[in-house]
Design a protein around this ligand. Structure first.
Ligand code: ADP
Ligand code: MG
Length: 248
């Protein structure tokens, strides 16, 4: 895989409202953020503060009511159907409950997002490499139910990497795991960022997880109420360059 520095993500005046009966709720309320390439950003805040909705807007699996999302030089909020589908294929998504298909083997779960496309043998070879990278070599033929929660999340991460994303969005990726297993999943995400230079935006309730990210963005009622740099002024892209140099 070519090392890259990951995507730059910009949101400007982003708003998403939901109507329930006669009520109108503003789930994401005027959020403007610039996320540096190769950084790992924690979205925190209480339940209902808009973390998932913001991730969905960045990943274009929900539409914005106002404002823009721009990823690298592409204004995602202005894309038409076909371009949107292509954009979504290039963003990795990881969920709290893994969302694996229970009847498919580990290998087939990882290959699944690529199935409408040609070249099944190539996809399977790549899936094996990714399963190796997430620490699951040898478990290709297992079914999800035969794996622990942490292992299932590793499968979900391998699946999210199939499209070689420069942007990975993770919604409470450690939320179903005990803290030691959650820490290992975060180790894996940070290691993948160092090796492949992705930008990662993850929603989390857990302080221990947020504290290890490069930046903490706290939401309250859909607004950014705190935005803290945790790198001590270090450019995440520098961390990446150093990491890749060390490996050469
Ligand atoms: P978080 O992930 O921080 O818990 P969410 O983004 O899921 O927050 O939700 C933000 C607010 O938007 C909540 O009040 C939630 O109830 C509401 N909401 C989210 N999705 C929908 C939806 N599809 N329909 C109606 N309300 C929604
Ligand atoms: Mg949520």
């Amino acid at each position: 895989m070519d090392p890259t520095t990951g995507s730059t993500v910009r949101t400007a005046g982003l708003v998403r409202q939901f109507r329930t009966g006669s009520e109108r709720l503003t789930a994401v309320d005027d959020v403007s953020l610039t996320i540096a390439p190769g950084s790992v950003v924690a979205l925190t805040g209480p339940s209902g503060s808009g973390k998932s909705t913001l991730l969905h807007l960045i990943g274009a699996i929900e539409r914005a009511d106002q404002g823009t999302v721009t990823v690298d030089d592409v204004e995602v909020t202005a894309l038409g159907r076909a371009d949107l589908a292509r954009y979504r294929q290039r963003v990795g998504f990881v969920f709290q409950r893994y969302h694996l298909l229970p009847a498919l083997t580990v290998l087939d779960n990882v290959v699944a997002p690529m199935l409408p496309r040609r070249g099944r043998a190539d996809h399977a070879a790549r899936a094996r490499e990714l399963l190796d990278a997430v620490g699951l070599a040898g478990r290709e033929r297992a079914l999800p139910a035969q794996l622990s929660g942490g292992q299932q999340q590793r499968v979900a991460i391998a699946r999210a990497l199939m499209g070689a994303p420069r942007l990975l969005l993770a919604d409470e990726p450690t939320g179903n795991l005990d803290s030691a297993t959650g820490a290992q999943i975060l180790d894996l995400l940070l290691d993948l960022r160092d090796r492949h230079g992705m930008t990662i935006v993850l929603a989390t309730h857990e302080r221990a997880v947020a504290a290890r990210c490069d930046r903490l963005v706290r939401l309250g009622d859909g607004r950014v109420v705190e935005d803290e740099d945790l790198t001590g002024g270090e450019d995440p892209a520098d961390t990446f360059d150093r990491a890749s140099r060390l490996r050469l």
